[in-house]
Write a protein that binds this ligand. Sequence first.
Ligand code: FE2
Ligand code: FE2
Length: 488
Amino acid sequence: MFWRRSAIGCIFLGLIASLGGTPTAYSFDSATSSVASYTLIAPTSEVPSGLLARAVIAAGAGCPALSGSTSSGRTFNLPMRLRPKPALAGAAYSAVDVCDGAIPIGTESAMVGSRVIPASLPSRIERIALTGDSGCRINEWEVQNCANTSAWPLARISRNIAKDNPDVIINLGDYLYRELECPVTDQSLCASSPPPPGNLPVTGSAMSWIADAIIPMQPMFDAAPILMVRGNHESCSRGGIGFFLFFSPQRSTALQCAPSIIDGNVVVPSNDISPTWNATWQVGDTDATAHTLDLEVIDSAYGGDLGVDSYAAIQRPSYVAAARQVATTQPDEAWLLTHRPIFGMTSSQITGSGPVWVSPNQTAASQGLLGGFDLLLSSHIHVAQAVNIPGQPAQLVVGNGGTDLDPATGYDTPIYGPLSNVDGSPLSPLATPYPAPTNTWTDVRFGYIIATPGARTKSWLLEHRDERGKPFATCSVANRLAKCRVTN
Ligand SMILES: [Fe+2]
Ligand SMILES: [Fe+2]
């Protein structure tokens, strides 16, 4: 199949040129035809170790082996399983195949073909990288400069996260932003960006996923296992097929966004949220601060941002499941990961005279179910943000991972709470307004967070770093409160 590999390799080199990257760094692994390989955090119900190996390979090349050794000295050499592709995906996903393998418990070193992949989590996690909202935006109203790593810094962020040597990475979603063909007038910005597929009612394809995520994220992939949250850009009508093929942490969900034919038209599912899942880690850097941290992962790909409607009732079981899991297992600490924020603020430059709180459907769907959580982690708003609502866990927004940032100003602390209109009246009869925030903090710069344990148990120091890896702000998180300040 050499011709196939060469042809795809040429396409990749073209993409890489538009990414400002170094072609040799991302060329195929000649032994395996591997485009990329990475280790996903997965539910232990899927894989006992909580870690899945994935490989993206040239279509038809055949899955490589997953090999390695365990702490007891046992070696393994396991076949990887081909993930099925939707039957109707056709040309949009014909270039690559994706392979999947369960990393055994106790693994110390692992390889996919001849590529080394992260093999394990440390017995105690001390360093967590947080990022989200990363692709290069090409749509009706905006064309980001995908060819410039200052204007679209995902590759730089990825490299600097790797340099910071995290134990684990959390990506809060929104990977796929190339939703239109590069306009004729903007060829200097995105000349070789893959256009949307012509054969499906979706905006993403294998090639746009490779350009927006798979290639620029490879340094991160090499650094640590990564937990991937689904964003609204991964709804089925956008990048959903690719999300479930590449990044879904379940072994059986590769076809979740599969198109079907209804009344002669090719359609994809809508409101197809996946079940809440969780990961439980041992965290802390000393015996005194060691404790269990549970992460509940919500699929908030749908629901809109402006009001409360019937979708809130569709979404609510996701939060019920998360609350029930935490109530049952009683971890020392629990974080809720949901792409759309529960207490996030967009800029008043965007909303004008309307309320700034997003996303009300998530806020309503989760109401009364947040008592067991210490922290809410989201992205979706393209800023770095922290919000404290009285009596509720702090909300952090980490949406500054590369896609074009939101307006630089317009983040004054509102005098009205989430689920309220600006005059304090209820936004909807379907939900009760929260009190106004005690304080908020927003910074509009590209970057990511490195989270390390604080001096006391269940406390964290979050260092915001820019795309060059330079610290610019810190947040201390303790007792369900986040206190942030700019340091640079
Ligand atoms: Fe986004
Ligand atoms: Fe989003």
